[in-house]
Design a binder for this molecule. Structure first.
Ligand code: ZN
Ligand code: ZN
Length: 376
């Protein structure tokens, strides 16, 4: 599917939102719809905005990124704002020329100060209408081009995991392991990490979003890698927890519970379930094992141009119904503060039959088993 097919789907969604045009400020949605990959320095410095009506599709940007915008977004009319004509004035001119009465904007993404500037500029001309999840909703279901890019990103990530597992030794610091991964990504087809790698050991594994430190990892403790690459904008995300030699009996038990919950969720998730129902599959198993309180986050999240995007597989936000074409993580975890934690995460592609697991890295308890799986 090309960007112009995506525009078509957006226009259909737009008519049901009772607006004549949509102003897109969210950078990944901007890229998804137009192909333009400009980078924001949020929230102060935007690399551009889209204005999509039934007849026209404009890309508003400034002179620094005009050439990229023209080259990357052939379906869009590029308009340049700057000192002579700031963005709000340019928007007003376009809205007046097209007689747009209602301009939808992304309420979750447009900063309040910017909203106020735009309201002032559009006063007496057009009304700003808040919308939620219009483009986000389209992005939740991946088209074939996106699935291909996600698979490419995941392939780099699996290769990076094999690389770091083969180089893992007791005594390596958490920071060194992170750097090992980052170097690998940049020299093996990824333009970036999708998030700063979490490469931690021992008690730090009990912190779900821990940051790597100068601490050396030991052979008798859990080592956790939560890692992802970015390939042409598309993110991968995978977690593996294992040990170099041995784990305490308590943590070995925890590891088995997490793996079972993860496998259970992967084999039982189906289209038609809500995200919350999928979460409940793994949560029920972890509850029954007595670790319910220690599973402190949701089961998973959608992934694509953003690392975390709809759908949500959580209790609080998981009202979204899972449908074929969605790609999301399945990542239960159990965290025992001061002791250690285990999280195991795959990305899956949902089809009518269920979940296809996209990550191929081994899920084994000991490094030796991981390495022999990798060599098979
Ligand atoms: Zn992750
Ligand atoms: Zn994740």
């Amino acid at each position: 599917m090309t960007e112009s097919d995506r525009l078509l789907r957006l226009r259909t969604a737009l008519s049901s939102a009772q607006a004549d045009a949509l102003l897109v400020s969210q950078p990944e949605s901007r890229r998804y719809l137009s192909g333009y990959a400009g980078r924001d320095l949020p929230p102060r410095d935007s690399a551009g905005y889209l204005l999509v009506s039934d007849e026209r599709a404009y890309l508003l940007t400034d002179p620094r990124t005009e050439a990229d915008a023209r080259a990357q977004a052939p379906d869009f009319l590029v308009q340049v704002y700057g000192d002579a004509k700031p963005m709000p004035e340019l928007l007003r001119d376009l809205v007046v020329a097209q007689r747009i009465e209602r301009v939808a904007f992304e309420a979750r993404h447009l900063p309040f100060a910017m909203w106020r500037e735009l309201s002032d500029a559009l006063e007496g001309v057009s009304t700003l209408v808040p919308t939620a999840d219009l483009t986000d909703g389209l992005r939740a279901v991946k088209d074939q081009d996106e699935i291909d890019l996600l698979r490419a990103s995941i392939a780099v990530n699996d290769a990076a995991f094999a690389h770091v597992a083969r180089h893992l030794r007791a005594g390596a610091t958490e920071e060194e392991l992170a750097w090992e991964l980052e170097q690998f990504y940049r020299t093996h087809g990824a333009e970036d990490v999708s998030f700063e790698p979490i490469t931690v050991g021992g008690p730090n594994t009990a912190i779900p979003h821990a940051r790597p430190t100068e601490r050396p990892v030991r052979s008798d403790e859990p080592v956790l890698f939560d890692m992802g690459a970015r390939v042409r904008g598309y993110c991968s995300d995978m977690t593996r927890t294992f040990c170099i030699d041995s784990l305490s009996a308590e943590l070995e038990h925890v590891w088995n519970v997490v793996l079972e919950a993860q496998n259970e969720a992967e084999s039982r998730v189906r289209p038609g379930m809500t995200g919350a129902e999928a979460d409940a599959v793994a949560r029920g198993l972890i509850d029954r094992a007595g670790f319910g309180e220690a599973f402190v986050h949701g089961l998973g999240h959608g992934i694509g141009l953003e690392v975390h995007e709809p759908p949500w597989l959580t209790r609080r936000r998981g009202h979204n119904v899972l449908t074929p074409g969605m790609v999301f993580s399945i990542e239960p975890g159990i965290y025992l503060p001061g002791v250690g934690g285990v999280r195991i995460e795959d990305l899956v592609l949902l089809s009518e039959e269920g979940a296809e697991v996209l990550c191929s890295s081994p899920k084994k308890l000991r490094l030796q088993e991981v390495l022999s799986d990798l060599d098979r």
